[in-house]
Design a protein around this ligand. Structure first.
Ligand SMILES: [Zn+2]
Length: 341
């Protein structure tokens, strides 16, 4: 009896909280679960007929998509299946998977280790810092998983992008074995290249993660994008354009749009370069695009480092942190292509 009452209550809840569309989505599941229609429940409420609920077979909670597959929020999961195991009770995850849920994994953040292979493994497994995956540089076909995708890895640190903060909570982190940079005789940073084999691994891994969690291009980022004052990785030699062109991974601008903005920018770029209102506009545009920059109308250190991070990602031929007409045009072209929804 207690179970029957529970089912009545739950049936009401299901019908009162879901739109027609959601109910329709439920019917698309492979193993059918049938909840009695409203009329039957109404009758049951009058004690004319006992409520019935059938769930023959049901669907596996964690591997079946019960929501709209064209939306980002759905319940497809290929990760670990974690459930409670309360003593004396059975937790059933087959009958009532909720439409109202989404993935924790909304970002993909790429890093370099700035260490060789063996030291990268030691640091990422034995110390506080970690990542979900480590892409080695040994030329084999292995990729190491260090942290379950459903758990947080400690790779992003203090970070932000658009309205999100502390991206460890919402991201998958990939560390790539790479030497990072050294300073040359003039103090400029000289970065180490990534091998083709490594990039193929990174591309295959990133594509797999992005597809499974439907991570939008705007959320596939460098560590330096989300922590520009602290980080440079994976640096200007990381082939973001190649990943975009060949694997449709991440963001890139359209050349023609950039060219239009470049021609406009050139007209009075030098004359207004130090005007606070122009600096403010650039800071606003950086912030709109995603960077956590302060709007103060000054070429301060934070703004310069943010421009440098932007250049590492989108203008790798020049990464001195100085805004020029080309960088400004690229930023505007990207903003137009990837507006905040
Ligand atoms: Zn990093």
């Amino acid at each position: 009896m207690r179970k029957t009452l529970y089912i009545i209550g739950l049936s009401f809840f299901v019908f009162s909280c879901t739109s027609q569309k959601s109910v329709k989505q439920n019917t698309s599941r492979t193993n059918k679960q049938v909840i009695q229609p409203k009329t039957t429940i109404a009758k049951a409420n009058n004690e004319k007929q006992k409520p019935q609920i059938t769930h023959d077979g049901g669907s596996e909670f964690f591997t079946t998509n019960i929501a709209d597959a064209t939306k980002n929020n759905n319940t497809i999961s290929y990760g670990s299946i974690v459930s409670a195991k309360p003593a004396g009770y059975k937790v059933v995850k087959t009958y009532f998977p909720a439409v109202g849920q989404n993935f924790r994994q909304r970002y993909l953040i790429l890093h370099y280790t700035a260490l060789p292979d063996d030291k990268s493994i030691t640091v990422l497994t034995q110390q506080e810092v970690s990542a979900h995956y480590l892409v080695n540089n040994t030329g084999d076909n292995e990729i190491y998983q260090l942290v379950d995708e459903n758990k947080r890895a400690y790779h992003a640190g203090v970070s932000s992008w658009r309205s999100d903060k502390n991206l460890n909570d919402t991201s998958i982190g990939i560390e790539i074995v790479n030497a990072g940079f050294r300073a040359d005789s003039t103090g400029s940073r000289v970065f180490a290249a990534f091998s083709d084999d490594q990039m193929k691994k990174v591309a295959a891994l990133a594509k797999d993660i992005i597809t499974r969690y439907q991570i939008p291009p705007t959320n596939v980022l460098s560590h330096s994008d989300i922590a520009p004052t602290r980080k440079q990785d994976p640096g200007p030699l990381f082939p973001w354009k190649k990943l975009y062109d060949e694997y449709q991974i991440g963001m890139w601008y359209d050349e023609a749009t950039k060219q239009t903005f470049f021609e406009q920018a050139q007209l009075d770029f030098t004359t207004k370069y130090n005007e606070p209102s122009f600096i403010f506009l650039i800071q606003t545009t950086l912030q709109k695009f995603g960077y956590g920059v302060e709007l103060n109308g000054a070429w301060d250190d934070t703004t310069k480092k943010t421009i440098e991070a932007f250049q590492y990602h989108f203008r790798p031929q020049k990464y001195d942190g100085v805004m020029d007409a080309e960088t400004w045009a690229i930023l505007q072209a990207l903003n137009q292509k990837y507006p905040i929804k």
